[in-house]
Design a protein around this ligand. Structure first.
Ligand code: FES
Ligand code: FES
Length: 220
């Protein structure tokens, strides 16, 4: 399963109060509300200061806001990028850094089209705030390219097995395969199926993708 880096609402019940009671539900709702208010407030502060001081870069972010100019490590390169407080990694990759190989489909953590690899783990970029990535290395499908533009062996295996049909889900399927084979170079077919279980394919090319993963493992 995927392990997205996302905000986790504080839903824990207090001692002696089981989770799911009315008061714990109210607390959970209050916590979510506080989070949403915080995001909106920080965006408003950042937006208004940009308006008031357009052309001037303030030394420090305004109180209650977050630093917007980030150094993001993507495919081994440090990229400076202006990121809104509530911006997802998928939006940053696609629309700020031009890395459109990371696809956006459901935009709510259900389909896996936006899968990238961070520190060896698959992550849904649509459900990850860019500000939470820190200095970890984000790997996208573009980062698999060889020094002379050649395909990565996993990409070649997917082509050889005619894995993709429309191809929209393919970058996510490949990034999940990258993470799998780095952790387990000789997976069983069931292990491969489990590793790609967070990647949906509207074309239903699941068997072709599994064949591709097994071929990539054999040829690695
Ligand atoms: S676009 Fe991210 S999981 Fe569907
Ligand atoms: S190949 Fe079309 S959605 Fe998977």
């Amino acid at each position: 399963m995927k392990d997205p880096v996302i905000y986790q609402p504080d839903g824990e019940a207090t001692a002696g109060e089981p989770a799911g009671t009315a008061s714990s539900v109210l607390k959970k709702k209050a916590s979510r509300r506080a989070f949403i208010k915080g995001v909106i407030a920080s965006g408003a502060v950042a937006g208004s200061s940009a308006f008031l001081f357009s052309g001037c870069a303030p030394d420090k972010p305004a109180a209650g806001s977050v630093e917007r100019l980030l150094s993001l490590t993507v495919n081994g390169q440090v990229r400076r990028v202006d990121v809104l407080p509530n911006e997802t990694l998928a939006m940053t990759l696609r629309y700020k850094l031009g890395l459109t190989g990371t696809k956006l489909s459901c935009d709510r953590g259900e389909c896996g089209a936006c899968t990238v690899v961070i520190d060896g783990r698959t992550v849904y970029a649509c459900s990850t705030l860019t500000h939470m990535v820190g200095d970890r290395n984000v790997r996208t499908i573009e980062g698999l390219e060889g020094p002379n533009g050649e395909l990565h062996p996993i990409q070649q295996a997917f082509i050889d097995e005619l894995g993709p049909q429309c191809g929209f889900c393919t970058p996510g399927q490949i990034m999940s395969t990258v993470a799998l084979l780095e952790a387990n170079p000789n997976p069983s077919r069931d292990e491969a199926r489990h590793a790609l279980s967070g990647n949906l394919c509207r074309c239903g090319a699941y068997d072709h993708y599994l064949n591709s993963v097994m071929r990539a493992a054999q040829e690695a």
